[in-house]
Design a binder for this molecule. Structure first.
Ligand code: URA
Length: 254
């Protein structure tokens, strides 16, 4: 039989952002927290974190939110920011309100600019986050850029060279792969995530990115049926795809 870690009921629900421990004790007294349909009577009871717990435990008649570790895939819409600190509407506002009070907190795996759309991962799983953003993992990120001016022809070689330096930076960029889809539309695969990297790469060659969309991280594609602003929980298979990198498609990356 699988041995699951256990946690006090009041702590579990407080960490999921449902309310204070005091409120949770009140709901237990009312009989509004149920496991397999039976009211739980002790808010201090230890609950096993079985993989199906969120299907079996209800809080005031509604299934409990999934506990940590959680990885979400979102189709980030235009005009929202990835940081709590930046002004404006954030991606966290697209999630249920109580998720902003979860411990451990959810954070984005890297950032997309306000105007960039597409595949964004959000997680409370620290080791997963660090593996995806670690330069050692080389998880490739793929972008579709639409450009102000047509591709002139030498961009792919310059991006693949590993010698391009962005303004104000000493270290050259790692090789990146450019595929030209149309004269003004290009697909760019990067293994780093420097600030405004795609926009700055094109700007270094005298072009300008008009719109930018990320459609893949590692071997995980943005699900086609995920509307802008929508999100879903990523299962173990999806998480594996993020980390099973397809670096062989990026020239110069071992
Ligand atoms: N590169 C950019 O310039 N912006 C993003 O949002 C992501 C990569």
């Amino acid at each position: 039989m699988t041995a699951y870690p256990s946690v006090r009921l009041d702590r579990l629900l407080a960490n999921l952002g449902y309310g204070s421990r005091r409120e949770i004790h009140g709901w237990v007294r009312e009989g509004s927290i149920r496991l397999d349909g039976q009211p739980l009577v002790d808010a201090g009871a230890r609950i096993q974190l079985a993989s199906d717990l969120s299907e079996r435990l209800t809080v005031r008649g509604v299934r409990m939110d999934p506990p940590a570790p959680l990885v979400l895939v979102m189709n980030k819409p235009e005009g929202v920011v990835c940081s709590h600190k930046e002004p404006g509407r954030s991606v966290y506002e697209l999630l249920p309100a109580r998720w902003r009070s979860r411990t451990p907190a959810l954070s984005t795996v890297g950032r997309l600019d306000r105007d960039t759309t597409g595949l964004l991962l959000i997680t409370d799983d620290g080791p997963f986050l660090h593996r995806v953003i670690s330069p050692r993992t080389h998880a490739p990120k793929r972008y579709i850029a639409s450009l102000d001016a047509p591709i002139r022809g030498d961009e792919a070689a310059i991006f693949a060279s590993g010698e391009l330096r962005l303004e104000g930076e000493d270290r050259p960029l790692a090789p990146a792969q450019l595929e030209v889809l149309e004269p003004r539309i290009a697909r760019l695969t990067l293994i780093e995530g420097r600030y405004h990297q795609v926009r700055r790469m094109f700007s270094a060659l005298g072009n300008r990115v008009i719109s930018l969309h990320r459609d893949r991280i590692g071997a995980l594609d943005l699900p086609e049926d995920l509307e802008p602003g929508a999100w879903r929980i990523l299962d173990a298979e999806g998480r594996g795809k993020v980390l099973s990198s397809s670096t062989d498609s990026v020239p110069g990356v071992a």
